[in-house]
Write a protein that binds this ligand. Structure first.
Ligand SMILES: *Cc1c(COP(=O)(O)O)cnc(C)c1O
Length: 426
């Protein structure tokens, strides 16, 4: 059989392939429903582009100050429409998700204000931004305090303590949609909506900001549809569709976007400046492709969950749970499991497939991290990638895949490496 031969040439044994095939057969219905969501979101994006009258003149770049950059301004209009916000900041000058979140926070907060995270510890890199871990230049140094309420052991919101934590200083609530490197469940958009309703009942003027990284287009609605004042994310994750070479976005209330823009550029300048150089077309085209790219990544995540669940490893989300982001965690319990898994993902890549990933001390993280990525865009995690902090419980976080077929190959290759090393027996 010819397809089998192709897999064999890439190093996938008949046993691994058959194991994968059986899992794939059991997932047909779920894959159909993912495709329907992609169809819905594709139409949403096309409509936003049509309503903004996108034209090829918008793909031309500007230089220098970037005054009157129509491509940039129209792209921001498209994002605002697609994500149902009043305004948007979508820029190559937002150099990462962490930077976009930093700009959103610094834009809205003043000395004496307090941030509340009602869903546990935020993403690792935000610890230094907020000052949860001491860092030069943190918000804490500038007199912004921080409070946190953890989720209850069953994953539900601790409403009683959230109510107690909200006080006269609480200015902004940070809600992280995706689990990040934590083992808590990812929040569905509707649960985020419940939380925002609860918080706004107690303090209507508090700014609810959602860290939307990895969540875009996974569902038919976004947190801005359920009351979020701002959603923030990275363009080298979902909404860049694998084509955006850099960038971040903030979509939401007009006043919040304006404040963030003064922080990104300078007070008084705001959104009026910022050359798009030559990247606008990739940002438009990436957003256009994003719904189907996210669908491929989701299929990969669900496939991985089912493969490793069948082999007895704890996986989060479980093989049958509904999905609210594209991340899949698999707990191997040993450094070797994490390392072999990442080696497999790397070996399946179109780029740098011949290198062997090794754990290293990445800036912003508090333990060694191993990362597998053979990406067209450096660090892009909408492309097939995996990373795991080398610390208990030795879990690996897997995400992305610009196509389902590549995601599938990556998971089969990880299984091959684990099986060759004797970590799993098929
Ligand atoms: C990736 C991520 C970030 C940070 O984004 P970078 O682009 O890596 O700086 C923040 N929050 C969450 C939940 C993320 O997944």
């Amino acid at each position: 059989m010819e397809l089998e031969e192709q897999y064999k040439r890439l190093g996938i044994s008949g046993k691994v392939l058959e194991f994968g095939r059986e899992i794939e057969r059991s997932l047909r219905e779920r894959f159909d429903s993912i495709d329907e969501t992609a169809e819905y979101n594709q139409l949403k994006v096309i409509r936003a582009m049509q309503e903004s009258r996108v034209s090829d003149i918008h793909f031309a770049g500007t230089t220098g100050y970037g005054y009157n950059d129509m491509g940039r301004d129209t792209l921001e209009e498209v994002y605002a429409r697609a994500f149902h916000g009043e305004d948007a900041l979508v820029r190559p000058q937002l150099i990462s998700g962490t930077h976009a979140l930093t700009v959103a926070l610094w834009g809205c907060l003043r000395p004496g204000d307090e941030i509340l995270s009602p869903v546990g510890k935020p993403y690792d890199t935000l610890e230094e931004v907020i000052g949860i871990r001491d860092a030069a230049g943190s918000l804490k140094e500038f007199g912004v305090s921080y409070r946190q309420v953890d989720l209850l052991p069953d994953g539900s919101f601790d409403y009683e303590n959230i109510r107690k934590a909200i006080n006269e200083k609480t200015k902004l609530v940070e809600i992280q949609r995706s689990k990040g490197y934590a083992t808590r469940p990812t929040l569905s958009v509707s649960r985020i909506g419940e939380l925002i309703r609860f918080i706004k009942e107690i303090k209507p003027d508090v700014i609810c900001m959602v860290d939307n990284c990895y969540g875009e287009f996974v569902e038919r609605i976004e947190p801005t549809d359920v009351g979020a004042d701002m959603i923030v994310g990275s363009l080298i994750k979902n909404p860049g569709g694998g084509l955006a070479p850099i960038g971040g976005y903030i979509v939401g209330r007009k006043d919040c976007i304006e404040l963030a823009s003064y922080r990104l550029t300078a007070p008084g300048l705001g959104k009026e400046v910022g050359a798009s150089l030559g990247v606008s077309q990739s940002l438009y085209q990436g957003l256009f492709l994003s719904p189907t790219v996210v669908a491929g990544a989701l299929k990969g995540a669900i496939f991985a969950a089912n493969v490793y669940e069948r082999l007895g490893f704890p996986v989060s989300p479980s093989g049958s749970e509904s999905r609210h982001d594209i991340i899949q965690a698999v707990t191997f319990g040993t450094p070797e499991g994490v390392i072999k898994f990442c080696e497999g993902i790397q070996a399946a890549a179109p780029v740098d497939s011949y290198v062997t990933p090794e754990p290293w001390a990445m800036p912003g993280y508090d333990s060694d991290v191993i990362m597998a990525a053979g990406a067209f865009i450096q660090g892009s995690s909408i492309e097939l990638s995996a990373d795991g902090p080398i610390k208990p419980p030795y879990a690996v976080y897997f995400q992305g895949g610009l196509t389902w077929y590549h995601a599938k190959l990556g998971i089969l290759m990880s299984l091959q490496k684990l099986s060759d090393a004797g970590v799993v027996t098929l």
